[in-house]
Design a protein around this ligand. Structure first.
Ligand SMILES: [Zn+2]
Length: 175
């Protein structure tokens, strides 16, 4: 009996350890049970490129975040404090993703939006970690990893799209 308890403790610690390191791994261990929740197969024409092609057009940081599900350190991204009017596009395929009209300062250190510019342009993927369930947000055209969406955002949607600056390209609306 005592031996069994020991195993339970050991296995729990191991699971905790795995859960905490998966965020930092360069590949999608924590996406192993992913399933696309919404908008699969809608009218958006997909963009597919090989890893080498992506590496050619992206910086190493952009590649690590969008193609390897990385996360930039909080308060480090160039758009965290950006408050000019304009549109945030996918850094990989230029699809319009977010508008400055829906941006707010969440205090988390990442650009945050309470709404997507067009719900067709992103897809949401359920991530089932060992102890944590999160909703990943990806570009619906090229499947770039953008960030996550949480349900603790401001009205009117109550959503908080927590997005990596490195996944975005801002285009100002002054012309
Ligand atoms: Zn894209």
């Amino acid at each position: 009996m005592r031996e069994m308890m020991t195993w339970v403790v050991v296995l729990s610690l191991f699971a905790l350890f795995l859960g905490s390191v998966t965020d930092y791994l360069p590949f999608a261990l924590n996406g192993s049970t992913s399933s696309v929740l919404a908008r699969e197969g809608e009218m958006i024409e997909k963009v597919h490129k090989t890893e080498q092609e992506w590496r050619k057009i992206l910086t190493p940081e952009q590649f690590a975040i969008t193609r390897r599900k990385g996360t930039e350190p909080p308060f480090s991204g160039e758009y965290n404090k950006q408050d000019e009017n304009g549109v945030y596009r996918c850094v990989c395929c230029n699809l319009d993703l977010f508008s400055s009209d829906h941006k707010f300062d969440s205090g988390t250190g990442w650009p945050s939006f309470w709404q997507v510019i067009d719900s067709q342009n992103v897809a949401e993927v359920e991530e089932n970690g060992f102890f944590m369930k999160r909703i990943e947000v990806i570009c619906n055209r090229c499947e770039a990893h953008l960030g996550h969406v949480f349900d603790d955002g401001p009205p009117p949607t109550g959503l908080r799209y927590c997005i990596n600056s490195a996944a975005l390209k801002f285009v100002g609306s002054e012309s």
